[in-house]
Design a binder for this molecule. Sequence first.
Ligand SMILES: *[C@@H]1O[C@H](CO)[C@@H](O)[C@H](O)[C@H]1NC(C)=O
Ligand SMILES: *[C@@H]1O[C@H](CO)[C@@H](O)[C@H](O)[C@H]1NC(C)=O
Length: 425
Amino acid sequence: MAALLQFRSQVKGVMVVLVMLLFFLTLSPLPCVVGRLSSNSKQNLKVQKQLKHLNKPAKKTIKSPDGDIIDCIHVSNQPAFDHPLLQNHTIQMRPTYHPEGLYDESKVLSRPKEKSSSITQLWHLSGKCPEGTIPIRRTKKSDILRANSVHKYGKKIHRTIPEPRSADLDFVSGSGHQHAIVYVEGDKYYGAKATINVWDPKIQQPNEFSLSQIWILGGSFGEDLNSIEAGWQVSPDLYGDNNTRLFTYWTSDAYQATGCYNLLCSGFIQINNEIAMGASIFPVSGYGGGQYDISVLVWKDPNEGNWWMQFGKDYVLGYWPSFLFSYLGDSASMIEWGGEVVNSEPDGEHTSTHMGSGHFPGEGFGKASYFKNIQIVDGSNNLRDPKGIGTFTEQPNCYDVQYEKKGAWGSYFYYGGPGKNPDCP
Ligand SMILES: *[C@@H]1O[C@H](CO)[C@@H](O)[C@H](O)[C@H]1NC(C)=O
Ligand SMILES: *[C@@H]1O[C@H](CO)[C@@H](O)[C@H](O)[C@H]1NC(C)=O
């Protein structure tokens, strides 16, 4: 009894001290300092939380010569499985169908010794990810801090789909994005392929980018546009350097709430342990020198409905589950191939950011950038030449495109340009 009483009086004492402290704090200028600190550390907490969310625990870590850190993450621990609708998902370790017909196990269960020794991504110089894991480019604090907000990191800021039918004027005065593309529309498409020449275009401003890609589009160009995109890009804001990187993007609502680059949100399910999304491509082409290209194939599995992606001849990377999309749940209504740059009009003049090699199509092989053997997957799930190709560019004096069809290159085009020049002020 006595002990209890003593305990009670101790509690009372502590309470009095607490109330006094609270009173003191309310009167003192301290709360302002506390307030400022907490807004700073709130931002810091947000960044830390996002980093923890994006960077899963690694089984192995590889340091790439370009400064990237590649984490080998267990395949079932990848960001895709943060998606509530993927909680019970059974991962597909191979597509049920491949449009190239000659489908063989080696495309999925690749054996490195069967492949040519060519290096396709720079980090391969430093090591490999074990089977059962996937390589993910680690997001650094500085990556997130370069974004407009923690929330925007990994997402496109502007709507950037080239819509060839709209008046050219709309584009020139619009988002500041410039394109030089070829396209097909008016049919149902179940995939697309291209071999894309790889360059390291010069970027004038860090908030600009230059990319070369395939767009697989579903729906009209409204708020619910569906898009799957893949190719290479140089984007100082996204990656912190001027390296040429393999990338993908997806959205099911015209870049509003859904989708992201690479694996920076849950959506794409990767199965391949050799290719990292967002990692640097190596080597790249030189003007008048060695030419390098990558091939990208995206196709819809006719049985499961998922959209698969293949890089080169050997690497089936993974898939976007069908349920992520509305229109693309059925088929694509338009395919586009080509380049895009952001023109932020620094100093009120056209940007000098390059598209492709930075040279006009007329210069041809070894100097201008190309897409060759462009194909679509048709209603019977076969790859074939696209019919009724259109071309589109906002300002041909800045960036241009020239399409042809002949010989071993099939349907192909040269595209790109230097941006700012006497004819493009
Ligand atoms: C996953 O499975 C559990 C147990 O069967 C079930 O309760 C839950 O609703 C399922 N979640 C989804 C998204 O299907
Ligand atoms: C990227 O290249 C531009 C010039 O083309 C240069 O000014 C800039 O410093 C480079 N950025 C990085 C991060 O290397």
